[in-house]
Ligand binder design. Structure first.
Ligand code: 5AD
Length: 335
């Protein structure tokens, strides 16, 4: 494959890729893509090493004021039983995760105004006393809230831009704009958070050229983390009958992202593990170095159904962690 060889050679020389090179890589057939995955795996080893970081994620509320067309917990879904964990329950879940040895706790929820900025800040500072890093993933808030939480000790913030195509963005996220999203990311950066963002792969109307642009934007933002998962249509959303993204395309996007963001923490996402049972393992071999494990109390877990058939809804945190350690060890890597 001359095209592939010359793109790889150029990459090794410049550590950069042009938009059209990325499109070429994303167009590779499954019989051709192996060198891309091997290169991404090599770059991952050189730049972030063989360690795989485990994060414990607590999904503490499935209330959401947004109306994203792809998302199962969007306010458009009237048939979903909604839950909110109390701050006591959240603290307890975090304490259990910290005792199990998780070094990072991720607090995620729908955009739920019920929790005041000050109560989140208090929660962050309590969890920080457990000697863990805290990542927040609470959507778009004003700069003042982000500042308060940062001062309370939050280390990282995860806010995916989902797609960098402004038209597609507006269509899938009504009432929102890409511009506003990027503004939030820039506030987070200024406030000293380690910023994570990312995209979905296979959104209806998304092109390879738009994904190439997404990857270049993630590089330009110099993201510390980038989450890349396949779009999975949810039956209770307007996109119920759309085609899902594929594991293969997601792996190619992940691999190219590793080439262009060698420094970044890249999770092998739950969504990838949900569409393909080997997905998480394949992701770890195509550039990823992070696994996010669900430590939400089991009784709430199935209600946080962003997409259907989400992996791990039934397993308790202890067996999830054991399975992750086994997966990582079998790959000759370490937690
Ligand atoms: N399929 C896959 N991922 C989804 N997300 C939301 N809805 C879906 C879906 N239908 C992802 C988004 C969001 C993250 C919390 O979940 O990327 O940022």
């Amino acid at each position: 494959m001359r095209g592939l060889d010359s793109i790889i050679a150029k990459y090794l020389d410049t550590r950069d890729l042009a938009q059209e090179d990325i499109v070429f890589l994303l167009s590779l057939e499954s019989s051709e893509a192996r060198p891309l995955f091997e290169l991404a795996d090599e770059v991952r080893r050189e730049s972030v090493g063989d360690e795989v970081h485990l994060r414990g994620i607590i999904e503490f509320s499935n209330y959401c004021s947004q109306a994203c067309l792809y998302c199962g917990i969007s306010s458009l879904n009237r048939n979903l039983h909604r839950y909110r964990m109390t701050t006591g329950e959240i603290r307890e879940a975090a304490r259990k995760a910290a005792e199990m040895g998780f070094k990072t706790i991720v607090l995620q929820a729908g955009e739920d105004p019920y929790y005041e900025a000050s109560s989140i800040a208090e929660l962050v500072s309590d969890i920080k006393k457990m000697d863990v890093a805290v990542t927040l993933s609470l959507g778009e808030r004003n700069r003042e809230d982000y500042r308060l939480w940062r001062e309370a000790g939050a280390d990282r913030y995860l806010l995916k831009f989902e797609t960098s195509d402004p038209e597609l963005y507006r269509r899938l996220r009504p009432r929102c704009s890409l511009e506003r999203r990027l503004q939030c990311l820039s506030h987070l950066e200024e406030l000293g958070y380690e910023v994570g963002s990312g995209i979905m792969v296979g959104l209806p109307g998304q092109t390879l050229s738009s994904i190439a642009h997404d990857i270049l934007l993630m590089r330009k933002l110099r993201l510390a983390m980038a989450g890349i998962g396949p779009f999975i249509p949810h039956p209770a959303t307007p996109l119920a009958s759309a085609e899902p993204g594929t594991a293969f395309m997601t792996l190619k996007v992940l691999a190219v992202t590793r080439l262009l963001l060698p420094w970044a923490n890249l999770p092998s996402t739950t969504a990838l593990g949900s569409i393909d049972k080997e997905g998480r393992r394949d992701g770890l071999q195509a550039g990823a170095n992070v696994l996010m494990l669900n430590v939400t109390p089991v009784e709430y877990r199935r209600l946080y159904e962003i997409y259907p058939a989400k992996a791990e809804v039934e397993d308790d945190p202890v067996s999830l962690k054991a399975a992750a350690v086994e997966l990582v060890t079998n790959l000759g890597r370490r937690v």
